[in-house]
Write a protein that binds this ligand. Structure first.
Ligand code: KG4
Ligand code: ZN
Length: 347
């Protein structure tokens, strides 16, 4: 089954054509991030305006690269939330129109469930994820641990009580004047720094699987204020110490949950999974702390951050549950609305 995926939940405009949920036939991503960079973050109206400009060229390019036409496509999967209302609307209304004109089923996809499905697209991984699995979603908007018994059976066991981990990276980077998004730039500085500061690891010993990143961010900002003006080395040391504290908590909770729920695979997804350092730390933790039957899946950089490949993959695995057929469900398709606040439990 060949599925066209469309993702427009924030500043990326992306389309992808995916075979059987695992094969990337073609994909295109463009972003308005350079324009947004000027403002130090994503401005919803600017993002929405760019989505309208980019969506048709991105679709055309995706079909051209795949050497396919609409006749090759079995269905269209689109992000319905969470995200920014304006950008989500552009993707959804485009998909509703295509579904109607092309008479192809529409599959509305939760962006968070989408992220998890990037693990099935990783050509570098020798195995596909096995159920039951533990998924850590670590992005700019979410920090969640989910246990999945199948593609459609999932339980949220913990989430952040305040800031998301990626948000903490972005806020610390902003306090350091490093630009937006903060994660990748902060990671470069952290690689050059030493772990000289012992920042707090909020909730690391709490018996639940929840997270908190606001206190860590505040501790780092206070430390910065003490050291003004910062030398380059001091800045890099603070970046390294912050990153270590942030990842220590992610790893401790993920390892404990993997044991308690006796999972066969661990998946890390979301933009923060783009961190090579997190992947290294998690790999070591899995090798030393868990039995070697457990597989760790961290998507490569290009699949970790927002893009349409995993929206199409999720569309394939959730087709039976979610697909709406324009021949009989047209009213439902036309009345679909984006849900900017969708949570991971709402498939
Ligand atoms: O999943 P994503 O692309 O968008 C959301 O749905 O939020 O995640 C973006 C987040 C940003 O907060 C960004 O700073 C963070 O992922 N990020 C990183 C790294 N690369 C991106 N955080 C830490 N280390 C990185 N290398
Ligand atoms: Zn995302």
């Amino acid at each position: 089954m060949i599925i066209l995926g469309i993702e427009t939940s924030c500043d990326e405009t992306s389309a992808a054509i995916i075979g059987d949920g695992i094969e990337i036939i073609s994909y295109t991503i463009t972003s308005s991030i350079e324009i947004q960079n000027k403002y130090g973050g994503v401005v919803p109206e600017v993002a929405a305006r760019r989505q309208t400009e980019y969506i048709i060229p991105v679709l055309e390019e995706t079909f051209t690269k795949a050497k396919m036409t609409k006749n090759n496509i079995d269905a269209i999967a689109v992000t319905i939330g969470p995200g920014l209302m304006g950008p989500l609307l552009i993707g959804l209304e485009t998909t509703k129109t295509l579904s109607y004109i092309w008479q192809k089923p529409l599959i509305p996809i939760n962006h968070l469930i989408g992220h998890i499905h990037s693990a099935w697209l990783d050509e570098g991984s020798p195995t596909k994820p096995q159920f039951p699995l533990l998924a850590l979603i670590a992005s700019g908007g979410h920090t969640e641990l989910l246990v999945m018994k199948s593609h459609t059976d999932l339980t949220k066991i913990g989430s952040t009580q305040d800031d998301a981990v990626g948000e903490a990276f972005d806020k610390v980077a902003r306090a350091l004047d490093l630009g937006y998004p903060g994660g990748p730039i902060l990671e470069k500085h952290a690689d050059n720094g030493d772990m000289t500061h012992n920042f707090p690891r909020p909730m690391i010993t709490s018996s639940d699987y929840n997270f908190s990143y606001s206190g860590l961010k505040t501790a780092v900002v206070h430390e910065l204020q003490k050291h003004q003006p910062l030398t380059d080395q001091e800045r890099d040391d603070i970046c390294a110490s912050f990153r270590e504290a942030a990842f220590d908590v992610l790893i401790a909770k993920t390892m404990r949950a993997a044991k308690e729920y006796d999972v066969k695979s661990i998946l890390i997804t979301g933009g923060v999974a783009a961190s090579r350092y997190l992947k290294d730390l998690m790999t070591k933790a899995v090798q030393s702390g868990l039995n070697d039957q457990i597989s760790l899946h961290v998507p490569p950089l290009k699949l970790a951050t927002d893009n349409a490949t995993y929206i199409a993959a999720a569309g394939y695995f959730l087709f039976d549950k979610l697909a709406l057929d324009p021949h009989k469900d047209l009213d439902k398709i036309l009345s679909l609305e984006p849900n900017p606040n969708l949570t991971s439990l709402e498939i």
